[in-house]
Ligand binder design. Structure first.
Ligand SMILES: *[C@@H]1O[C@H](CO)[C@@H](O)[C@H](O)[C@H]1NC(C)=O
Ligand SMILES: *[C@@H]1O[C@H](CO)[C@@H](O)[C@H](O)[C@H]1NC(C)=O
Length: 235
C-alpha cells in the first residue's frame, strides 16, 4: 500500500513538473538569424557547407516564445511534408540554408517546423507549413541585417574586429527596438565572433524590444564580423 503511494507520488511529481515545461502557450516570436561564416564554427570541422549563393544573414528560425521559456514540438500529428514548400525551396536555399554537410536538404526545415512551426500554428497567419515558411522569408526581407549593417558602413572583416557598440547602435537606430546579439569565442581570434541575432516580434509581427531574452549575449568592446571566405577552413 505504502509502496503504491510512493509510486503514485513520484508519478504525480513527474507529471506535474513535466506539465509546466509542456505548456504550449506563448506570447511573442523570436526571429533568429545567423551569420553563416560564424555559424559554421559551431559545426564540427569539415561538416559545414555553406550552399553556393548564400551571401547574407540567414534564417535560423521563427520561434514562439513565452515569458517563461518556449514551447516546442507542439503537435506531433502534424508532420513536415516537403512537397508543401516545394515552391519556396529555391529561396529557402539562399535565405534559410542548411549548413550541415551530408544531411538531407530538408532536414533543417523539418526540424524547425516540428519544433517551432507546429507551435506557431495556433495563429491564423501561421496555420500551415507553407505559411510558416513563407512568412519567415518575408521577415528575412523585412529585417535584412547584412543591408542594415552595410548601410552604416559595417562590413565583414577578419583583419580587425568591430566595436560591438557600433553594431548595436546601427541595428537599434534602424529597427527602433532592441535586439540581441550572440557571439562565440574561437581560439583563432582574440575577440568574440558575432554568430547570430534575435529580433523580437508580437504574434502579429510588430517588432518589440527583445528585453526578456536571458541567454548570454555578446560581451566586450570588440567583436569579429567574419567574411565568407576563410570561414570554413577554420578548426
Ligand atoms: C559526406 O559523406 C561522404 C560519404 O559518406 C564522405 O565521403 C564525405 O567525406 C562526407 N563529407 C562531409 C563534409 O562530411
Ligand atoms: C495537430 O495537427 C493536426 C494535423 O494538421 C490537426 O488536425 C490538429 O488540429 C492539430 N492539433 C492542434 C491541437 O493544433
Amino acid at each position: 500500500m505504502l509502496k503504491h503511494f510512493f509510486i503514485f507520488a513520484i508519478l504525480a511529481l513527474y507529471l506535474g513538473s513535466n506539465n509546466c515545461f509542456e505548456s504550449k502557450d506563448w506570447d511573442y516570436f523570436v526571429f533568429a538569424q545567423q551569420w553563416p561564416p560564424a555559424a559554421c564554427l559551431d559545426v564540427p570541422h569539415g561538416k559545414c557547407l555553406i550552399p553556393e549563393g548564400v551571401r547574407e544573414w540567414t534564417v535560423h528560425g521563427l520561434w514562439p516564445t513565452s515569458h517563461k521559456g518556449y514551447p516546442s514540438f507542439c503537435n506531433s500529428s502534424w508532420p513536415f511534408r516537403p512537397e508543401l514548400i516545394k515552391s519556396l525551396v529555391q529561396v529557402l536555399e539562399i535565405k534559410w540554408p542548411n549548413i550541415y554537410a551530408n544531411t538531407s536538404e530538408y532536414s533543417f526545415w523539418k526540424h524547425e517546423w516540428s519544433k517551432h512551426g507546429t507551435c506557431a500554428a495556433t495563429e491564423t497567419m501561421f496555420n500551415s507549413e507553407y505559411k510558416y515558411f513563407k512568412r519567415s522569408l518575408i521577415l528575412h526581407d523585412d529585417y535584412n541585417i547584412f543591408e542594415i549593417l552595410r548601410k552604416t558602413g559595417i562590413y565583414p572583416d577578419d583583419s580587425q574586429p568591430h566595436m560591438l557598440s557600433f553594431i548595436e547602435h546601427a541595428l537599434t537606430v534602424e529597427l527602433k527596438k532592441s535586439v540581441k546579439l550572440f557571439c562565440k569565442n574561437h581560439k583563432a581570434y582574440s575577440k568574440p565572433i558575432l554568430t547570430s541575432m534575435y529580433i523580437c516580434l508580437t504574434k502579429d509581427l510588430q517588432i518589440i524590444d527583445c528585453d526578456e531574452i536571458k541567454e548570454p549575449t555578446c560581451q566586450g568592446t570588440f567583436v569579429y564580423y567574419l567574411p565568407f571566405s576563410n570561414s570554413t577552413g577554420i578548426r
